[in-house]
Design a protein around this ligand. Structure first.
Ligand code: PEP
Length: 252
């Protein structure tokens, strides 16, 4: 079964405009755009239009946003809606990144609305899940992941779910330099696929792209991506260097 392979670079709150454009130029000049891996650039909001114009119609490179609001429009000062993101060329949006769950107290109810709004605007949500170090140490990580999936995904039809990408990002591995071993990643990705089969169906689960995120870099990507149920990566720190991001995207 060939699932869509994805490598997505989440720049978080990094780069100035000139640094962002320099980074995109580097990625565009070094990236292998002939392979079938979808590369997604996820910069800060203010740079989306400029980067969208640079990417243009380049094959296998897409634009994503780091967040969206639950509503379409209205009196929500400082917020950005999914329809706005679509109008500037985004095709993907992160939903439920652990930094947003933790620092901005995002709830499952909000995540459901954000995913709905993204789907209504033809954006593919990259739905992030992951356990904390404490949860893993107390051996509750499978239960935590199971709840994170079922509480949110119960709200979507099969057709809607086919446009959702899952990113498994153990919180203890994000930005820490401590990567999950390939055994830990494969074990959890297989579990996630099994849970999706229960929530939807076996065939839908087999088609779902499940990304690994958490200190994935140019040195460890190949081993992680060689796992049967790992379909690519959501990359933070290492996506801020064009060379590294391009090497990771070539690690299949
Ligand atoms: C992330 O924040 O999505 C992430 C995976 O970060 P890092 O690669 O820096 O651990």
């Amino acid at each position: 079964m060939s699932r869509q392979k994805i490598v997505a670079g989440n720049w978080k709150m990094n780069t100035t405009l000139s640094e962002a454009l320099f980074l995109v130029d580097g990625i565009l000049s070094k990236m292998n755009t002939t392979n079938e891996v979808t590369k997604i650039i996820i910069p800060p909001f203010p740079y989306l239009i400029s980067i969208s114009n640079k990417i243009g119609e380049t094959e296998h490179i897409s634009l994503g946003a780091q967040n969206c609001h639950t509503d379409e429009s209205g009196a929500f000062t400082g917020e950005i809606s999914a329809s706005m993101l679509a109008s500037v060329g985004c095709s993907y949006v992160l939903v439920g990144h652990s930094e947003r769950r933790c620092y901005f107290n995002e709830t499952n109810e909000e995540l459901i609305k954000k995913i709905k709004s993204a789907l209504d605007n033809n954006l593919k949500p990259i739905f992030c899940i992951g356990e904390t170090l404490e949860q893993r140490q107390y051996h509750t990580h499978f239960t935590v992941i199971s709840h994170q999936l079922s509480e949110v995904l119960k709200s979507f039809t099969d057709a809607e779910f086919s446009n959702i990408v899952i990113a498994y990002e153990p919180v203890w591995a994000i930005g820490t330099g401590e990567t999950a071993t390939s055994n830990q990643a494969q074990e959890m990705h297989a579990f996630i696929r099994k849970e999706i089969a229960q929530l939807y169906s076996q065939s839908i689960a087999q088609e779902t792209t499940i990304l690994y995120g958490g200190s994935c870099n140019a040195q460890n990507a190949q081993e992680l991506f060689s796992c049967e149920d790992v379909d690519g990566g959501l990359i933070g720190g290492a996506s801020l260097k064009a060379d590294d991001f391009c090497k990771i995207a070539a690690s299949f």
